[in-house]
Ligand binder design. Sequence first.
Ligand code: FEO
Length: 395
Amino acid sequence: MPPIEVKKDIYWVGAIDWNIRDFHGYSTEKGTTYNAFLVMDEKVTLFDTVKKDFRSDLLHHIRAITDPSKIDYMVINHVEMDHSGSLPEVIDTIRPSKIFCSLKGKEALLEHYHRPDWPLTVVESGSELSLGKRTVKFLETRMLHWPDSMFSLLVEDKVLISSDAFGQHWATSERFDDEVDEHELIAHAKKYFANILLPYSNLIQKLIADVKIMGLEFDVIACDHGLMWRGNIGRIISAYDDWSKQLPEDKALIVFSTMWHSTEKMANAIADGIMQEGAQVRLMNLKHCHRSEVATEALDAKALIFGSATLNNGIMPTMADCLTYLKGLRPKNKIGAAFGSYGWSGESVKIINEELAAMKIEVVAPGVRVKFAPDHDALHPCVELGRKVGKLIRG
Ligand code: FEO
């Protein structure tokens, strides 16, 4: 892909990773991109870099515009290795006079790459850097997604380089939001938010307020993953505002891991009860659904209902995986319940209830257990559990 001009003398020079399918536990079935930006000014400046394996793509794209040795400055908005893994080779090639980063960024760079000779210069929130015709304003965005993260605003151009925020894991030949299907784009952005940024929802609310207070103006959001936003930046900011409030819809999510279909039958009966009360419900069998799809569906669900067969006095491994993952994402404003079949000991419901409590999810029923395979009568408590949850989420 050739370099793309974002605005005059501002170029996308990143890389497209068409084939990545697992991004530290997040299923990236449509790949991703690592976006980097080259600004041609009196001080030629490179913002962000790419994952290690894509360093030649980055340098190839830069060389289509200028000799890398002509780059004066680099800005490192975020040190996670999908953006910094290529730094050792890239810095050796460019040999910039200064590399700008946050204080936490400097610490993380030294702890990752052990190169005290790099010309790291710390910038703070609100500090400005002149590149010649244009000014860069920095905004620290701690924990979005790491403590080192920051935004770089190209003030005169109104381009916000937003690092991980507002990104999507979606590899495309297009680079801007107005070149692709909006519905699919928002779906990817939602999955990205649910799986990466959800634990920092409070900080996103603060960030949106800070951007307004600081009067930052921008009409392009140049995020470091996926498509850049220029057609309707209000759409993604409004979505982030909604998602980070974690206000649920009248929707229940039933997630289950079944051994011989008994727990699956229970899941279907619970769903029947929820539907009888007029609420939405989604069923996800962990044999077929990835944990990151579950996290996406959980984002706007009011009720999370988990079911597992008992296996060796515990829960099914896929359920343990899913609960551990969701717990780390710290979902809020949910109610929950548990169910599961068993043969002789039947610990699964107790274990799931403990996990729900650890997630601070309000457990609204003791849970339903069925020995071996449920018949019509044994499914009745499942329907009743569904009806109870349905009534609660309908308010
Ligand atoms: Fe895209 Fe937190 O790295």
